[in-house]
Structure formats: structure tokens, C-alpha cells
Design a protein around this ligand. Structure first.
Ligand code: ADP
Ligand code: MG
Length: 584
């Protein structure tokens, strides 16, 4: 803008190409691992059968990927580094049916704009190769002859050397290497027919031969995900009209403290998609303790036109044309596999290890088989997903910290403390059931064996008839071990192990002999409600949250006098204004 022009009106100019690439790089190139992801995708798209990866200093100094794919024509080398240049799609129609991993044509130019990139390639059917070093400016480049076997090598040196702000965000060598390793794992899981090696600082860390049969694929999964996972997982293969789901899922009882073993592939593309993650999580409902995570390697096959991969610059997310049915298909497939294990009839030869740890409870597989019919019960109580929330508390927007539900209603926002709300709702349901003298026990799909003190087990054993009358199906299976096979329905989202521990300490502290009274039941539930987090195995999905809001709404209707009482808080526009003002 110059002084002579109208003041305050900015002039428009095209961004220099390099700056445009650097801006695009902001989206595509977050860290060394994102570079590796793009380079590996290009190699796999080029039909590589062997891929060698060399990393130096966590990728900050060097990321080099060598493949034996189709290669790039000498005349196209410079083009490959240009923006929006791709060999993979030519029309919008192609985009709708895209089968390659890449298609945007922005990875190489983006990477080249924030590193020292060198491209070296020998296309199929030619003798020697050609090298092109991109030092930023792509239009002055000309390829030089270079010895190279068929295929392509891309070397990325000194990542972010010219963008110090980005370089500052690089973590330690070890952390960056872990991310790189994860990218390699994902690639290796997505293409069993391709061989991979990985070297870090000249040391070979992975050497994976191409896997051609079930046994070899199993071996690769064991190498990438660990023997424990492979031994304690169920193979799954599931088909519906136009959908297929294959892979491995941890058997009931195998869970992890962090969500680090969750690999999902859609048509061979590695994705981290909320919908898919959620579906698998929901399939595990009631089988995994709160704070624990399922483990899986799953491959979804779906018609390319049924899925849009062009949602996210790094293509981590996908959008399904019919998200609901994909979600349900996955829930069904994974559930049936887990329940099939309970039946002992899983067709896909499950590999079961003896009693893996399940929180502090252990799974007893003999009992699991006996109780397979419980699965039917579990399904019967599935929520009605069609209905949203209610007038009073509106509709759930999201959860915060697995503790609060934020909902939207006519007045504004409502924040609900789900743990406390659960207590209110459960208390009301239990009171009602006690009043009519019948509390239904909900059978557990996977009975939990819980270790308690022997003295507690003694008392507990004497109180079994009482506990059964209030909905707990417990059995003493060892001097200091109680098997929990069913719990009162209103407590279904609590962890069975937590419940047993609470009951054990309560009955041990209140040893009442002889006849039991309604007062006793109330006291027991008081103790349980006070001690247990009733949302422990709650799925925290929208259906579940809306369900809770509806129940809370019904309670509120029944006794309209109660205010929020630490359970919920209504925020209308005035409240929000006040909140913001007070923040000054
Ligand atoms: P995209 O993968 O979206 O097409 P890229 O910028 O990643 O865009 O790559 C640009 C083009 O360079 C590709 O379309 C492809 O033709 C070519 N290319 C890149 N890497 C390789 C490789 N390893 N082997 C063969 N061709 C490659
Ligand atoms: Mg690409």
C-alpha cells in the first residue's frame, strides 16, 4: 500500500510461490513424522515393493525414503515439486473415486519449502537416474544425471532450517523418533505386501519382510504391536453388503492405559477418525474400565465413492456418505467378535491367553462361556439413539474431562456434573425399585473376579442372599476372590470391581446377622453411591449423554422444587455476560 492511494484500503497481491508453499506446509508438515507420512504414501502410491527409510537425529537432520516404485520422468521432476502438480487425479470424477493415498499435489512443494529437499529417480524402463535438488526456488531447477536403480529416493535435510519458529516446536530426538516409528508402523500395517526397513542414526531398528500369508501377517503385527497384543487378540473378519471389516481386536480383558494401540485403516489409508474410534469404543461398552483403552488393528473396506478422504489436509479424517451405517456396522462387527469369544464360537480362531488383567479384576474365561447369553441382555438395553435430549436440559453438545456434560437448551447452556447427575438418577431408580421390592440384576458380559480381603469375603459370603435380593449376583470363587456376574441395572455404568470393593468394605464394617431390612439396602446403596464413580464405564457418547439428560429431566419434572444443587448449572445470556465482565 502506498501513500498516494486511498488511505485504509489495502491492495491485493498474489503471494510469492515460496510463501504460499510455506503456508501450505503449516498444514501438511507439522513435524518430521508428517514428512515421513507423505513420503511413504508417495512410495506406496508408486507401487513400491520395498521401502527403505533412513532417519538422522529424530528426522531433524535427515529423513530419506528410497523405494523401488515406478519412478518419475526426468521432465516431471521439477513439476513434482510444483504446487498442485500430481499424477494421481485429473478430474473431479477421479477425486470421487480416489484410490491413491495422495492426490492434492502439495506434499512435495510444501516439504521443499521448509527443508533442503533432493529428489532422485529412475523411471521404469530407463537406464540411469536423475537428481534434482530443490533449494527453495523451484523454477530455476534442472535435473542432473545420477546413478539410481529403478525407483525414487527423496531426501529431506534440515527440516525447518528456514522457519525458526517451527523448529522451536521440535521435541527431543527420542520423542520425534517415536512419532516417526508410529508412522512407519501404520504404513507397514497398511501394506503387508511391501517390505520395510527403518534405520535411525545408521542403526537398523525395523526390518520387515513382505508378508504373504496369514502366519507372516500375524508375525508382522506381533513385531509392530507387540507379542502380548497378538496373543491376546481376536482375529476378525466381517462382511455386510458393501462393507468389510478385518483385522485384530484385543480380547475382552485386554486393555491399555493409553490409547497407543489403535490402528484404523479405511481402504488401506491410515486414519485417526473420531467416528471410527467411537464405534470401536462403543463396541467395548461394559468391557473396559474407565480410563482404559481398547487395542486394535482394523481395516475397513468400503466403496471409494462412499467415503470422502478430502476433508483434512493431511487426510487423517474421512467423511462417510452414510456415517450412521458405517458406525453401526463397526459396532456390530467388533461386538460380535467380542461376544463370539464369550460364546467360544468365534469363527476366526481367536488366540486367547489365560486370564489377562482387566483393571484390578481378572477375567475368568470359563465363566465367560457360561454367561454368553448375558450378551443378549446387554443388547436389549441398548439405548434408543433416535431421540435427542429433552426440553429442560436440552441436547448434549459435548463432554468435558469425562466429568461434565455441556448441553444447549432454549435458555442457553446447561453444564451438568455427570457424576453427580448419575448419582441422583441411580438413587431415584434404586429407591423406586426398593419400594416395589424388585431390583433387576443386569448380567455382566464378562464377569469380573475381584480380589478382596479374606475376612471381608467371609462376611460377604454370609450376606450373599441379601446382596442378591438387591441386584448383585456375586459368588465367592476363592478364599479372597469374589466373582461378580451381575449388578443392579441402575449401576450399570459403574465398574463392577469398584462396586464389589465398596460392598465388601461396607458389609465388613456393618456385620448384621439375621433378617435384613429395607434400611440396610438403603445404607448399602448410600455407601456404594458415595464410593463409586457411576460413570466409570460409561461411553460418554451423544446418545448416552442425551439419555442422562432425559432421565435428569424426568426427575426434575417429578420434583420441580430442586434447584441445580451442584448437579447442574444453567447459563443464560445474562449469566454469560456477567461471567465475561467479571473476568476483566
Ligand atoms: P500427491 O501425492 O498428492 O500427488 P505429492 O506432492 O506428494 O502430491 O507428489 C507429487 C507427484 O510426484 C506425485 O503425484 C507423483 O507423481 C510424484 N511422486 C512423488 N513421490 C514419488 C515416488 N516416491 N515415486 C514416484 N512418483 C512420485
Ligand atoms: Mg503425496
Amino acid at each position: 500500500m502506498t501513500r498516494s492511494e486511498a488511505p485504509g484500503v489495502p491492495r491485493i497481491h498474489a503471494l510469492p510461490e515460496r510463501l504460499a508453499n510455506q503456508i501450505a506446509a503449516g498444514e501438511v508438515v507439522e513435524r518430521p513424522a508428517s514428512v515421513l507420512k507423505e513420503l511413504l504414501e508417495n512410495s506406496l502410491d508408486a507401487g513400491a515393493e520395498r521401502v527403505h527409510v533412513d532417519i538422522e537425529h529424530g528426522g531433524a537432520r535427515l529423513i530419506r525414503v528410497r523405494d523401488d516404485g515406478v519412478g518419475i520422468h526426468r521432465q516431471d521432476l521439477a513439476l513434482a515439486l510444483g504446487r498442485h502438480a500430481t499424477s494421481k487425479i485429473a478430474s473431479l470424477e477421479d477425486l470421487e473415486n480416489v484410490a491413491s493415498l495422495g492426490f492434492r499435489g502439495e506434499a512435495l512443494p510444501s516439504i521443499a519449502s521448509v527443508s533442503r529437499l533432493e529428489l532422485c529417480s529412475c523411471p521404469a524402463g530407463e537406464e540411469g537416474g536423475w537428481r534434482l535438488a530443490a533449494e527453495g526456488c523451484t523454477d530455476t531447477l534442472s535435473p542432473q544425471p545420477a546413478a539410481h536403480p529403478r525407483g525414487t529416493t527423496v531426501s529431506v535435510r534440515d527440516l525447518f532450517y528456514n522457519t525458526p519458529a517451527r523448529r522451536k516446536f521440535l521435541r527431543t530426538e527420542k520423542t520425534e523418533y517415536r512419532h516417526l516409528e508410529d508412522v512407519l508402523k501404520r504404513a507397514a500395517l497398511s501394506r503387508f505386501d511391501c517390505a520395510f526397513t527403518l534405520r535411525h542414526n545408521a542403526r537398523e531398528t525395523y526390518a520387515l519382510a513382505a508378508a504373504a500369508n496369514e502366519a507372516e501377517r500375524g508375525r508382522r503385527v506381533a513385531r509392530l504391536c507387540g507379542n502380548a497384543f497378538m496373543e491376546q487378540s481376536l482375529a476378525l473378519s466381517f462382511e455386510a453388503s458393501d462393507l468389510g471389516l478385518n483385522g485384530w481386536v484385543g480380547a475382552p480383558g485386554y486393555s491399555r492405559g493409553v490409547a497407543d494401540l489403535q490402528y484404523f485403516f479405511v481402504n488401506g489409508r491410515m486414519v485417526r477418525d473420531q467416528l471410527l474410534r467411537h464405534a470401536v469404543r462403543q463396541a467395548h461398552h461394559g468391557l473396559i474400565e474407565s480410563g482404559r483403552h481398547p487395542a486394535y488393528v482394523l481395516f475397513l473396506d468400503i466403496g471409494p465413492a462412499q467415503v470422502d478422504v478430502n476433508v483434512h489436509p493431511s487426510k487423517h479424517e474421512v467423511r462417510f456418505r452414510d456415517a450412521r451405517s458405517v458406525h453401526d456396522f463397526i459396532v456390530r462387527g467388533v461386538r460380535q467378535t467380542l461376544a463370539g469369544d464369550a460364546n467360544g464360537v468365534s469363527g476366526a480362531a481367536p488366540v486367547l491367553a489365560p486370564a489377562p488383567a482387566f483393571g484390578h479384576a481378572a477375567v475368568n474365561h470359563a465363566v465367560v462361556r457360561e454367561h454368553a447369553s448375558a450378551y443378549a441382555g446387554l443388547r436389549a438395553v441398548a439405548r434408543d439413539p433416535g431421540r435427542a435430549g429433552n426440553d429442560l436440559f436440552g441436547e448434549a453438545l459435548q463432554q468435558i474431562d469425562r466429568r461434565y456434560v455441556v448441553a444447549r437448551n432454549a435458555e442457553g447452556l446447561v453444564v451438568v456434573d455427570a457424576r453427580r447427575a448419575f448419582r441422583l438418577v441411580a438413587r431415584a431408580a434404586l429407591d423406586k425399585a426398593l419400594a416395589v421390592g424388585a431390583i433387576a440384576a443386569r448380567p455382566l458380559l464378562v464377569p469380573a473376579a475381584v480380589a478382596v480381603e479374606e475376612g471381608q469375603a467371609d462376611v460377604l459370603e454370609r450376606r450373599l442372599p441379601f446382596l442378591e435380593s438387591v441386584g448383585f449376583d456375586l459368588r465367592r470363587v476363592a478364599p479372597a476372590s469374589i466373582s461378580c456376574r451381575g449388578i443392579p441395572a441402575p449401576l450399570a455404568a459403574a465398574s463392577p470391581a469398584d462396586l464389589v470393593l465398596a460392598i465388601a468394605s461396607h458389609v465388613a464394617a456393618n456385620p448384621i446377622e439375621g433378617e435384613h431390612s429395607a434400611g440396610e439396602a438403603a445404607a448399602l446403596f448410600d455407601a456404594v453411591l458415595a464410593q463409586c464413580d457411576l460413570t466409570a464405564v460409561w461411553p460418554w457418547d451423544h446418545d448416552a449423554m442425551n439419555d442422562l439428560l432425559r432421565q435428569l429431566g424426568r426427575l426434575r419434572e417429578a420434583s420441580p422444587t430442586g434447584d441445580g444443587d451442584g448437579v447442574w448449572h444453567q447459563l443464560d445470556a445474562d449469566d454469560i455476560a456477567a461471567l465475561l465482565r467479571s473476568g476483566r
